[in-house]
Design a protein around this ligand. Structure first.
Ligand code: ADP
Ligand code: MG
Length: 290
């Protein structure tokens, strides 16, 4: 039987934009001591846009951007969508042999050349990167930007800086969690520099960056193995397994169906202040039941 106290919590939770998928979730949440946040689309709005492009010597910025946009047109990733949107459709060349590597980037043949767009680590692996690109990357990442490299036939051609906006509710939510004695962690596939800049801006304690999609689950398991009970907040397809692994999974209501399906709690209003509210609500309910 569903305890009456749980139904009350669900009603109050509904007011706060918190939807609990089952009373089961309430039993674990009182033990939570660590809250892990995905970055893109969770702590940030997830509406990315191209902010700057830095061509390598001998490459034309517009031309490289057009090729990158052509390859990204078939991508479902937020970074890819931002790059594709930077060029109007009629300026995008035809792409063949498109492939996508989750957490890394995309690749395709444009005008007879292999064009790769993705994380610097993946796209420029084993290649010599011109100092201009490395510097542009470092500067942009230090400002919290996501940087991808465009590589044409194994020659690094440009760095593209993609920007996002931090949610206005993020800092308040993190402060409330820390005041309640919880440790907060930012977990992302994005680069360390961008992750640290975002973490610092919102007050998150620790950063786990440059993790591949399946490594998100491993990161959560490692925390659980250390004896922590972990809540995970995420929005993306990549976050589904991690949300299911966490002791309590909270999905952004505007997020993907995969995230929503895997979570225990849905944050309907996309307001991160609902995270501390959901945890304390669950804790209070637990005391009432006992
Ligand atoms: P997050 O955890 O922030 O959602 P992902 O694991 O999805 O990040 O991706 C990690 C990184 O891989 C991105 O920051 C980007 O550098 C690169 N990447 C992934 N997909 C693409 C793409 N379609 N185009 C360019 N880069 C990509
Ligand atoms: Mg995300």
């Amino acid at each position: 039987a569903t305890p009456i106290a749980v139904m009350v919590a669900t009603g109050r939770g509904a007011q706060l934009g918190i939807f609990l998928k089952g009373h089961q979730t309430l039993d674990t949440s009182r033990l939570i001591d660590t809250v892990v946040f995905d970055k893109t689309g969770t702590v940030t709005e997830g509406t990315l846009s191209v902010e700057s492009i830095h061509p390598a010597p001998g490459f034309d910025a517009d031309e490289v951007l057009a090729r990158a946009a052509a390859v990204e047109a078939a991508s479902e990733h937020a970074v890819g969508a931002a790059i594709a949107a930077a060029v109007t459709e009629e300026h995008r060349a035809e792409v063949t042999d498109f492939t996508t590597e989750p957490g890394r980037g995309v690749s395709g043949i444009v005008n007879g050349q292999r064009v790769r767009v993705g994380s610097p680590r993946w796209a420029s692996h084993a290649l010599v990167v011109p100092a201009e690109l490395a510097r542009a990357r470092r500067d942009a990442e230090a400002q919290g930007k996501t940087v991808v490299y465009v590589v044409v036939d194994d020659v690094p051609a440009a760095a593209i800086a993609v920007g996002d906006t931090i949610k206005t509710s993020a800092a308040t939510a993190i402060a409330a969690l820390k005041a309640a004695g919880l440790r907060t962690i930012l977990l992302t596939g994005d680069n360390e520099g961008a992750a640290r800049a975002v973490a610092e801006a919102v007050g998150v304690d620790d950063v786990i960056a440059e993790v591949l999609p399946d490594e998100k689950v491993e990161a959560l398991r490692a925390l659980q193995d250390e004896g922590h009970a972990v809540a995970m907040v995420g929005d993306g397809i990549n976050d589904g397994p991690a949300l299911a692994t966490a002791d309590l999974g909270l999905a952004i209501g505007r997020g993907t169906d995969v995230a929503i399906g895997a979570a225990d709690v849905i944050l309907v209003r996309d307001d991160l202040r609902a995270v501390p509210a959901a945890l304390s609500l669950a804790g209070a309910t637990q005391r009432t039941i006992r």
